[in-house]
Every structure is written in C-alpha cells, then in structure tokens.
Design a protein around this ligand. Structure first.
Ligand SMILES: C[S@@+](CC[C@H](N)C(=O)[O-])C[C@H]1O[C@@H](n2cnc3c(N)ncnc32)[C@H](O)[C@@H]1O
Length: 323
C-alpha cells in the first residue's frame, strides 16, 4: 500500500484526510479537501505542519532564503506568522553545520554504515517505503533510496532538506561544521554512492506530529534525533507508530542533550543528571515494548576539532522488528 499523507490539522479529530494528489509545484499550496487547511510549498518542499510559524522560526533562512520563494506561496496564515516573526527575527537557523557534521562528518560514516548493514540484513532489497525522521542532510534517506522504492525524508529545517536534496542529486558541498565549542571548520560533504534522488520525497514536518498515515512504512530510521526534540518519548512513539507491523525500525541516539532543545525533565532516564548512564536503558525499554530487538551496538561518533584533536561521543544504535 502506498504511503498516504494526511492533513496535520484535521486528522486528530476527524480521521485521516488525504491531501490532494499531485506533485508539489513551486508557488503552490496544498489544500486539505476536508478542513480546507492550506500548506505552503517552499523551494518545492511541502511544509505540512499544524504550526508552520514554528517551523519557519526554527529555520527562517533555510525556508525563506535563497530568493526562490514565490510570495504567492505564502497563504494569509503564514503571512501573519511572518509579520509576527518580523518583530523578533532572530535567524537562529540550525544552519547546515550541525546537520552535515552529524550525517556526513567523521563519525556519521559509522551510523550510515550501520543503516546500510541493517537494511542488507533485515530488509529485502528493491521494495517498500522508508522514512527518515529528522533526516538532517539526508544521508540515511539516501541509503533508503538505494534499497527501497521510495524514501520520505522529514525534517523541520529547510536548510537541512535543501542541503539533503542537493547532495542526493550528486552535488558536493563545502560547509562550516562544528568542531569544539564555538569553533567551526570547513568540511566537504560528498554524495552517497548510488543514491536515487528520484525516489526521495523531502518533507517539512514535525516528528512529534508526522503528517502520514500510521503503520505505513516498511523501514523507519531516526538517527541522532531523539536527543534534539522537545518530547523524546513522543517522537519515539511516533517512529514506532509509523512502522508497519513486521517493519524495521532503526534508532540511534548519542544522548547529547541540550536543555535549550529538550527540557531536562523530558530527557530519557529516571534522572536527567544521569541520562548519559541510564538513558540508553530507557530507550531500549521503550523499543523493546514495540517489538523484537534485532541489533544493539554502540557506535563512536567523532568530530574533528583540527588535525590533532577529536571529540568523541558514543551513540546507542538499536534495530527493532516492530510487532
Ligand atoms: C543532529 S541532527 C541529525 C540528522 C540526521 N538524522 C543524521 O543523523 O545525520 C537532528 C535533526 O533533527 C531535526 N529535527 C529536530 N527536531 C525535529 C522535529 N521535531 N521534527 C523533525 N526534525 C527535527 C533537525 O533539524 C536536524 O536536522
């Protein structure tokens, strides 16, 4: 069954409302036939969120920068959101730096390799639909596109989605990536070999409230997402809910919490101060409730400061066959 998008506004009260069929087009909006909600399409990427203003605020430059945004694509609701934002325009885009460092930086290779290995071991090649939640620069979505019919790449950041799309199309980019503290360095981001951009759908949306029918995906991936969201427990539940019965769920988390992203009382584990120690068991417990554990490993995730210094974190990577 092909995956169906649903209207983020009315599905909770009136059930799934498929959006109008058709490919996204620049300058157009998608309208829900049931409740009439309109969702903008910016840079050819549909922004399917109940709270488009929040997504824009999260990454104003990424969604509206670049001079490609047709003003007519912004509906009145968004216009209001923008007017509000105009007063306190902070341009606090996560930017490309964190994303690229995560997906393609020195340590990202281990996670990508793990995704590839898990797909090879636990998913028959050539069929199915995959979802990369919090896709960042899209490395996992590219891996999904190699082996599946279609990959959906979902993120709140326009910067990430546009960057991912460029890389998936074979472009090489140079980016400032974080090293240590506030120090950045230039890094080269290469395309993923064999990526199929024609199979990837880039979607602006919130992983707390993904605009997709539940239980539809054969493979769901959430890498280094859980410790960057407002409500980690909810995002894990959404990842589980998106996976079909018998499907493969891949979650990796370095437990690198930031209290400006996730309030401490939501960090996984009984005690926020010890989340690095007991967070992994909490995450494993949540996933164990959803299905059978296929693989568990600790993957080093390193960021080079310079030629002689590296910061090392360890991500817990869990593969689950969802019940
Ligand atoms: C540390 S990066 C990881 C990116 C990628 N998964 C990887 O491993 O390379 C976290 C990503 O999650 C995205 N993100 C944060 N909160 C999100 C949310 N609520 N919904 C969707 N994406 C989100 C960020 O924009 C960012 O691209």
């Amino acid at each position: 069954m092909p995956v169906k998008l649903v209207c983020p506004r009315c599905r909770t009260t009136e059930g799934a409302a498929p959006l109008e069929a058709g490919e996204p087009q620049a300058g157009r909006a998608w309208t829900c036939p049931r409740c009439g909600a309109r969702y903008p399409i910016l840079h050819d990427i549909a922004l399917l969120s109940r709270d488009a203003g929040a997504l824009l605020e999260h990454d104003l430059e990424g969604w509206l920068g670049g001079g490609e945004t047709a003003p007519e694509s912004l509906d009145p609701g968004l216009g209001l959101a923008l007017a509000w934002l105009g007063g306190e325009r902070r341009r606090r885009s996560m930017g490309a730096r964190v994303l690229a460092a995560s997906a393609y930086g020195d340590g990202g290779a281990a996670l990508r390799g793990w995704v590839r290995a898990m797909l090879a071991a636990h998913h028959a090649a050539g069929a199915g639909e995959g979802l990369d939640l919090g896709c960042g620069a899209g490395a996992a979505a590219c891996e999904l596109s190699v082996r599946l019919d279609r990959a959906w790449a979902l993120d709140t950041s326009g910067t990430a989605l546009r960057l991912g799309r460029a890389i998936a199309c074979g472009e090489t980019r140079w980016l400032d990536v974080p090293a240590l503290g506030t120090v950045t360095r230039r890094a080269r981001v290469d395309p993923v070999e064999g990526a199929r951009p024609d199979r990837i759908v880039w979607l602006g949306a919130d992983a707390h409230d993904p605009p997709i029918e539940g239980g539809a995906f054969d493979v769901v991936v959430a890498l280094n997402l859980v410790d960057t969201v407002r409500d980690p427990w909810l995002v894990v539940q959404q990842a589980i809910a998106a996976t079909r019965s018998g499907g493969l769920l891949l979650v990796a988390c370095p437990f690198s919490w930031r209290d400006d992203l996730t309030e401490a009382d939501r960090w996984l584990g009984d005690d926020a101060r010890r989340s690095a120690e007991d967070g992994p068991a909490a995450l494993e417990g949540l996933l164990a409730e959803a299905g059978a554990l296929l693989d568990r490993r600790e993957l080093d995730w390193s960021l080079s400061h310079d030629a002689r210094a590296t910061m090392l974190r360890r991500a817990l990577a869990l593969a689950v066959r969802v019940r």
